[in-house]
Design a protein around this ligand. Structure first.
Ligand code: ATP
Ligand code: MG
Length: 423
């Protein structure tokens, strides 16, 4: 069934100049080229796409030859980044699923069926089938204004349904991260999950353990920093994926009910900040999500005779080490998490001699915010937060003044390549 929906016609202004240029250039060189995936889904929903991906029958080498500013990236899945002005357009070559590959050469699967490499090229129709969701499998030719929908994606957008393409269990085995994507889009778009798409998640969550922690952390950022972290977290809990993603540290707590309200409040505060376009750092959210486990561990350590500050320090080290078994949390974030935790017992002391030092601490604001969450959700009295609110009023110039570097996101360095642990 090739469904070409002549009716759906987007304006050229709906696309970025870069996307239009890339499609046109590839077509001028005799290749097929379409804007694909999330951008078309978002346009159908009346939303402005955040970026544009292009799919083509040109190979990565051929794509590269069409542009002056193009770079082939990735190994597991080769794509080409084309720079057009300030934009980067991701261009991918049509691929087919590995089961359709008779030679079995370039697509490699692990024992559990996970795809390790996926560079077998194919036609548009084959490319459509190897994508994750029907709603992400729509192609738009910006020159002829034809929308190509082989798998019922338009109907699913209209009915607001997240549906995995093909057999969900097979597709999750091929790439367990698709389970996270299903829940992410479910939460972000507020779509229903198709019954079989949802059912297979409950039985395949453990496969996330095969995913290298570096890739899981990248997914974590997409799940939690996109402005929909609270509904996403609830779905991850509901489907039992949260411990496979973040480890036991995110469910451990003596007092489950209070711990959950602290986590939900941290998540919804973060979503509100994203909505208000205020800066957010993964370090604060990670510190809040793992806080109940850290607090519990610190208490156990101090019950053995350690004083509160070193106990918190030791607990922080332990919880970060456990979390990093799952998520490759970059050092700059894990050090910040530990600072935010270390500051908790120090804030509680309210020592006048230490006020200026603590106010100037790079993570003072984040630590203060965690203290506020704790007071709000754990029925603590607010003497401590009032003390620090007054101190900030008195010395506003000091707050965070030891911060030498602006923000973490601004300093992103490419992560050195690491071999997947189980590959
Ligand atoms: P977003 O708005 O978050 O960018 P998106 O749908 O564009 O959403 P991307 O992660 O940018 O998502 O991926 C681009 C496209 O690549 C998707 O629309 C989907 O068709 C395909 N894709 C991405 N990840 C997978 C995967 N794990 N398995 C199969 N297809 C995938
Ligand atoms: Mg995208």
């Amino acid at each position: 069934m090739t469904e070409t929906l002549e009716k759906t016609r987007f304006a050229s202004e709906d696309f970025s100049p870069g996307a239009l240029q890339v499609v046109e250039r590839l077509q001028t060189h005799g290749y097929e080229a379409y804007v694909v995936g999330g951008a078309i889904r978002d346009l159908l929903l009346g939303n402005r796409p955040k970026d544009f991906d292009v799919a083509t029958d040109a190979t990565p080498e051929q794509i590269k030859q069409c542009f002056r500013n193009a770079r082939i990236i990735g190994r597991r899945f080769q794509i080409v980044h084309v720079r057009a002005g300030r934009e980067i357009i991701e261009v991918t070559t049509f691929r087919r699923g590995h089961e359709a590959n008779p030679s079995g050469q370039a697509a490699q699967a692990s024992q559990s069926g996970r795809l390790l490499r996926d560079n077998v090229y194919g036609t548009l129709k084959e490319d459509a089938k190897r994508r994750d969701l029907t709603i992400n499998s729509l192609y738009y030719d910006t020159s002829t204004h034809q929308l190509i929908d082989h798998l019922g994606g338009c109907a699913d957008v209209a009915e607001r349904i997240i549906r995995i393409i093909g057999d969900p269990a097979d597709r999750y085995r091929e790439d367990p991260v698709r389970m996270l994507r299903v829940l992410r889009f479910g939460a972000r778009l507020q779509f229903e999950l198709a019954a079989d798409t949802a059912a297979a998640i409950a039985t395949h969550g453990h496969l996330l353990r095969d995913i290298p922690p570096a890739r899981l952390f990248d997914e974590w950022l997409k799940l939690f920093m996109n402005g929909y972290s609270a509904p996403t977290f609830s779905l991850l809990q509901q489907f039992g994926l949260i411990t496979h993603l973040m480890g036991e540290g995110v469910t451990d707590a003596l007092d489950r009910q209070h711990a959950n309200s602290l986590r939900m409040l941290a998540l919804s505060n973060t979503d509100q900040r994203v909505a208000d376009e205020r800066p957010v750092t993964p370090a604060f959210l990670l510190a809040a999500l793992y806080w109940p486990a850290t607090e519990q561990t610190a208490r156990q350590i101090s019950d053995r005779g350690e004083s509160p500050i070193p106990a918190m320090h030791a607990a922080g080290q332990q919880i970060v080490a456990a979390a990093c078994q799952y998520l490759a949390i970059p050092k700059r974030f894990s050090l910040a998490m530990r600072d935010i935790w270390d500051l908790q017992p120090r804030l509680e002391r309210m020592q006048p001699k230490k006020v200026k030092d603590l106010l100037a601490h790079r993570w003072f604001r984040a630590a203060f915010d965690l203290r506020l969450l704790r007071e709000e959700t754990h029925d603590l009295d607010n003497q401590c937060s009032q003390f620090w609110a007054a101190a900030q009023k008195q010395h506003p110039e000091l707050v965070g003044s030891a911060r030498q570097r602006r923000d973490d996101s601004a300093r992103r360095r490419p992560r050195p390549r690491r071999r997947p642990r189980n590959a």
